[in-house]
Design a binder for this molecule. Structure first.
Ligand SMILES: NC(=O)c1ccc[n+]([C@@H]2O[C@H](COP(=O)([O-])OP(=O)(O)OC[C@H]3O[C@@H](n4cnc5c(N)ncnc54)[C@H](OP(=O)(O)O)[C@@H]3O)[C@@H](O)[C@H]2O)c1
Length: 288
């Protein structure tokens, strides 16, 4: 069984590459194909002949999506539509990665896979459109929604860093650190997500899945834990989303209940603090 990973040099793609055995992996980057280009994508997948495609590619600078929504729909919606049509035609299972931003985050209880989406941003709407194409065009699909990703490779779509590294860099530079305390997230280590996706694709239990490390925290609590694990004493000021004044609406509460994982008999994800410690170890940071 060969698995093609699209976005193979991205944050999640890089960890999928670590997990999938070399002789089963077809790593594809933007140099190989643009998912919004139907003909090219079809030609590459036809030649590579995988049994599974994992699509991690997205246009996901949330604020930029508000200004450049055409690009958001081109990649996140039409790209997903192209992959759905091609994979259906070529008899390939499709794994499509989506986001907590399909929910507004206006309520303060976890969202499960059966909750109706209500996106508030161009990014969220474009990702929901992508999900819908996958859902209605190809029966052999897994849509995986996740949240607050960080991984060793860093997020290419957001300039190559991630929240953890940004915090560490700011502290090392002696910059004042101010972090939002009124948005609740489920930070998720891409290595853990990659492992779970790799388990999931072999079940053939198609459908919609929420996959995040367990537990929840505010961004401020997440930042505090980054330094606590490393035994670094740093003052982090609390701020609010309103004070931060981002262009796009940010969900206040982004917790995704991983109900379908449990129903499918797969083990749950470890707590976010354990995953963060594992990430810092992997990065070779000194930890307490
Ligand atoms: N990051 C988060 O916090 C987060 C949270 C929830 C959900 N997600 C979702 O998780 C997925 C993976 O995120 P990530 O953090 O791993 O992203 P990433 O590091 O930006 O990786 C995405 C990869 O896709 C490639 N790509 C972008 N547009 C493409 C296109 N049109 N055709 C082919 N390849 C393209 C990128 O290449 P270039 O950069 O070289 O163009 C990059 O290698 C995305 O679907 C995202 O929506 C992310």
């Amino acid at each position: 069984m060969k698995t093609a990973v699209i976005g193979a040099d991205g944050q999640l793609g890089s960890d999928l590459r670590k997990i999938i055995p070399d002789n089963e992996l077809i790593p594809l980057t933007i140099k190989d194909l643009d998912i919004a280009d139907y003909e090219k994508t079809r030609a590459v997948l036809l030649a590579a002949a995988p049994s599974v495609v994992i699509n991690t590619a997205a246009y996901h600078r949330v604020d930029d999506c508000e200004i450049n929504d055409n690009e958001a729909y081109r990649v996140n919606a039409h790209g997903a539509k192209n992959l759905s049509l091609i994979c259906r035609e070529l008899n390939i299972d499709l794994v499509h990665i989506s986001t907590d931003y399909v929910f507004s985050g206006d309520r303060m209880s976890p969202y499960s896979e059966t909750d109706p989406p209500d996106p508030k941003t161009a990014y969220g709407i474009s990702k929901l459109a992508g999900e819908q194409f996958v859902k209605y065009l190809i029966p052999a699909h897994y849509v995986v929604r996740t949240c607050g990703l960080y991984g060793v490779a860093g997020c290419l779509g957001k300039g190559g860093g991630n929240f953890v590294e940004n915090m560490i860099r700011k502290a090392a530079a002696g910059e004042a650190i101010k972090v939002v305390d009124d948005e609740i997230v489920g930070p998720t280590y891409t290595f853990d997500l990659a492992q779970k996706i790799w388990e999931l694709v072999r079940t053939k239990k198609y459908g919609l899945y929420h996959i995040t490390n367990s537990g929840q925290c505010s961004w401020w609590e997440f930042a505090s834990e980054i330094f606590k694990i490393q035994g670094i004493d740093v003052k982090i000021k609390k701020t609010s989303a309103a004070e931060f004044k981002a262009m796009a609406h940010r969900p206040k509460f982004s917790i995704l209940e991983n109900k379908m994982l449990e129903r499918s008999g797969l083990s749950g994800m470890r707590p976010w603090k354990e995953a963060l410690r594992a990430y810092l170890e992997e990065r070779g940071r000194s930890i307490r």
